[in-house]
Design a binder for this molecule. Structure first.
Ligand code: DGL
Length: 276
């Protein structure tokens, strides 16, 4: 591990996602690590990632990390489940700075808290098809049975703002019926958007199923990672701005969504051309 220089701890954390979904992760970082600055990039021009190939997601992730590095970040959070599933292990050896994804922290907690060893995972087609959650859960609990279900309609429904709409309830009931019959006691919300449907999922699954929110666990993991590397912001020096947001398209729409879920008001999201 490189010795950090004194100023490194005051640098921001780089957080990226395919679009607005990773704001659920940024929100947890803001709550749990309020002294940390954030540079967020949402790839709103190329969303969704969930139906794209591994090669494409690796290419996109490399471009975004390069952009975040140009902003002087001290660590990277891959806030997208699909990018964590497809790109993280390929990219990690190329990186000098610490990097964390959302899959491992959520998988670890699920493996630890399951009582009957039966864990459900919901996510995009890419995340569920990659079997990454199964692999990570088995590292901690080799005997666990892991059942995955892709729920592709949840992302557009959340982006439409239909968080409590009867149509979303109907869609959720249909997707989750698979788990109702399979005796799981833990369900991982393995996509950035799903924590926003938590109340509805809780009502459908009942009180006896643990719901794991990888966004929450990732913020916890980031806290540990920054401490291990000696680069946690001690809050003594506050450099403005605390939070910066960049997107590859539809900046106004992004800003409105951000302001509906973040604990702070954001004034602007800057548009950049990520492919240049
Ligand atoms: N952010 C993505 C994820 O967590 C969901 C949206 C997309 O498909 O790009 O997998």
């Amino acid at each position: 591990m490189n010795q950090p220089n004194e100023n490194e701890k005051y640098a921001p954390v780089g957080v990226f996602d395919s679009g607005v979904g990773g704001l659920t992760v940024a929100r947890e970082i803001m709550r749990q690590l309020p002294q940390e600055r954030i540079v967020y990039f949402g790839d709103t021009a190329r969303v969704p990632y969930g139906s794209k190939s591994r090669e494409t997601i690796v290419r996109y992730s490399r471009q975004i990390i390069q952009f975040l590095e140009s902003k002087g970040v001290k660590a990277i959070v891959v806030a997208c489940n699909t990018a964590s599933a497809f790109a993280l292990e390929t990219i990690r050896p190329e990186m000098k700075m610490p990097i964390i994804g959302v899959v491992k922290p959520g998988a670890k907690v699920a493996a630890e808290i399951t009582g009957n060893g039966r864990i459900g995972v919901i996510g995009t087609e890419g995340t569920v098809g990659s079997q990454i959650y199964t692999e990570m859960i088995h590292r901690h609990n080799p005997k666990a049975s892991v059942l995955g279900k892709a729920c592709p309609l949840f992302v557009p429904l959340v982006e439409e703002g239909w968080l409590k709409d009867p149509i979303t309830v109907e869609v959720a009931k249909r997707y989750l019926a698979y788990f109702k019959e399979s005796d799981i006691d833990t369900l991982i919300l393995g996509c950035t958007h799903y924590p926003l449907l938590r109340t509805m999922i809780r009502e459908i699954m009942g009180e006896n199923v643990n719901l794991v929110n990888p966004a929450y666990e990732t913020a916890q993991g980031l806290k540990r990672l920054l401490m291990e590397h000696g680069i946690s912001n001690d809050g003594k020096v506050s450099r403005e701005p605390m939070y910066q947001f960049y997107v590859s398209d539809a900046a106004e729409k992004f800003k409105n969504f951000a302001n509906s879920i973040l604990p702070c008001e954001i004034e602007e999201a800057q548009l950049i051309h990520i492919e240049e």
